[in-house]
Ligand binder design. Structure first.
Ligand code: G3H
Ligand code: 13P
Ligand code: ZN
Length: 318
């Protein structure tokens, strides 16, 4: 089916209390793994193209990969730009057919972030495409920050209100304690801060860096992490208003693990496909776990359409 935008999808997720998984599109096997699992679980899904993927595959290849997969899919698929660096890259992605954009101005002064985000929402909205913005800073594990430093980068609720009013963004990535690129899920989230931002903005909110976040309270107990009263897990965050969750590192690790195991089992193998397929299957199991945790399974809608998606929106993307 044709690509859908993230606008109605995230609004519906917000209204019904589930989240949509945004999985990174790095190669054909990973894209197929996401789509096949989404179909098996009857879930809408977001495939996002990161800066690393653009550098690796090129924008054209990455775009075609997701577009082709979406055309063949029986569930709604969004093509999203992950951490868009600037105004011009967003324009290029709009022209390439992305159905959801992001501008990450989190390293800029607030006024500059607002100014560029606003410019992007103006042009994107003219053709019906929604824009995700970022407030606060979601750091990378390579930044080696202390917990206190991570906490100091969290999004400010008052600023969030002003940001939404002045930019007209459609969703907002909020820094609430997660860190990009972690190999282990041990990070708690600040649910109190999430509640405050939710109250002041009313927007669908986005969680980045999900690979490093504790998934459930049982998960926290098993890992010996004691949660403070204001803290919670990924599962709690969805109950408190997170509508889109970005997962990249864990998919990448699963792909590598699946291939490593296959290669160790068949050290003389000469057919690369026999090694890559177990990698893809390992990615599928991670995607399935998250789709179920997010509660988006069974939400693909009748005839593959997301209920609430307007006819004109579908037509626009045909
Ligand atoms: O937030 C970014 C994602 O983790 C993907 O990173 O640019 O290395 O693909 P990447
Ligand atoms: P992880 O790689 O930590 O899962 O983060 C993904 C992400 O936030 C992409 O924008
Ligand atoms: Zn991110």
């Amino acid at each position: 089916m044709p690509l859908v935008t993230s606008k109605e999808l995230l609004k519906r997720a917000q209204a019904e209390g589930f989240a949509v998984g945004a999985f990174n599109a790095n190669n054909m096997e990973c894209v197929q793994a996401v789509i096949e699992t989404a179909e098996e679980e009857q879930s809408p899904v977001i495939l996002q193209v990161s800066q690393g993927a653009i550098a690796y595959a090129g924008l054209e290849f990455a775009t075609m990969l997701v577009k082709t997969a979406a055309e063949l899919a029986t569930v709604p698929v969004v093509l999203h730009l992950d951490h868009g660096t600037d105004f011009l890259q967003n324009v290029r992605c709009l022209r390439a057919g992305f159905t959801s954009l992001m501008f990450d101005g989190s390293s800029l002064p607030l006024d500059e972030n607002i100014k560029i985000t606003r410019k992007i929402t103006e042009i994107a909205h003219a053709v019906g495409v929604p824009v995700e913005a970022e407030l606060g800073k979601i750091p990378k594990v390579e930044d080696n920050l202390t917990q206190e430093q991570v906490d100091n980068l969290m999004a400010d609720p008052e600023q969030a209100q002003r940001f939404v009013e002045e930019t007209d963004c459609d969703s907002m990535a909020v820094a609430i304690g997660s860190v990009h690129g972690m190999k282990e899920s041990i990070q708690p989230l600040n649910i109190e801060r999430l509640d405050e931002i939710k109250q002041r903005t009313g927007l669908p909110l986005v969680l980045h860096g999900a690979s490093g976040v504790l998934c459930t309270r049982a998960d926290a107990a098993e890992k010996g992490v004691k949660l403070e009263p204001h803290q919670g897990t990924l599962e709690d965050a969805i109950k408190h208003g997170i509508s889109k969750v970005n997962v990249a590192t864990e998919l990448s690790m699963a792909y590598l693990r699946g291939m490593k195991e296959a290669f160790e089992a068949r050290p003389g193998e000469k057919d690369m496909r026999k090694i890559m397929l177990p990698g893809k299957n390992a990615v599928k199991e991670v995607v399935r776990y998250y789709i179920k945790l997010f509660g988006s399974n069974g939400k693909a809608g009748r005839n593959g359409a997301v209920s609430g998606l307007t006819a004109s929106e579908i037509k626009y993307h045909e």
